[in-house]
Design a protein around this ligand. Structure first.
Ligand SMILES: Nc1nc2c([nH]c(=O)n2[C@H]2C[C@H](O)[C@@H](COP(=O)(O)OP(=O)(O)OP(=O)(O)O)O2)c(=O)[nH]1
Length: 138
């Protein structure tokens, strides 16, 4: 049996106007049919917040400010165990280029549960769905 690989991933719950950005990655990529939080793998020596800023820059050509951590979760796939940390964040710029995603949607917190999310994301998504996101501070 292959040793299980630990994959550390960071995702952004981007807030704008009381809504949260849900993203779908390009279909040819892993988990391409599910909704997730934009972000990606943390590289060696990176702080999660730095990794998140780098990933959002790569994926949208945008700058963000990172707020508090919502939660951490893990999910085991056959390719390894995803350890996902999700942070609140806010765009500081407005390019919103779709480099890595096929679809993006601004969703009211209480509607997040209507979407089909990647397994590792469900815990954070449920917390956000009940949160008062207008009160989140940066
Ligand atoms: N970005 C992101 N990835 C997630 C989430 N939930 C979840 O299980 N994943 C998984 C999918 C991938 O296996 C892994 C993240 O890899 P990635 O492909 O987005 O990261 P990356 O850009 O750094 O990696 P790479 O494609 O350059 O190898 O985590 C999520 O909410 N956001």
């Amino acid at each position: 049996m292959m040793a299980d690989k630990d994959i550390y991933v960071v995702g952004a719950a981007l807030i704008n106007d009381g809504k949260i950005l849900a993203t779908k990655r390009n279909n040819d990529r892993i988990l391409g049919t599910l909704w997730e939080f934009p972000g990606g793998k943390i590289e060696n020596g990176e702080m999660p917040q730095e990794a998140l800023k780098r990933e959002i820059e790569e994926e949208f050509n945008d700058e963000i400010i990172v707020g508090s951590k919502i939660t951490e979760s893990e999910h085991r796939y056959d390719f390894g165990t995803i350890h996902l940390a999700v942070y609140y964040a806010k765009f500081l710029t407005e390019n919103r280029d779709l480099v890595a995603h096929s679809k993006v949607s601004w969703v009211e917190p209480n509607k997040l549960t209507d979407l089909k999310w990647a397994d590792a994301d469900i815990k954070a998504m449920q917390i956000i769905s009940q949160a008062k996101i207008k009160e989140v501070q940066f």
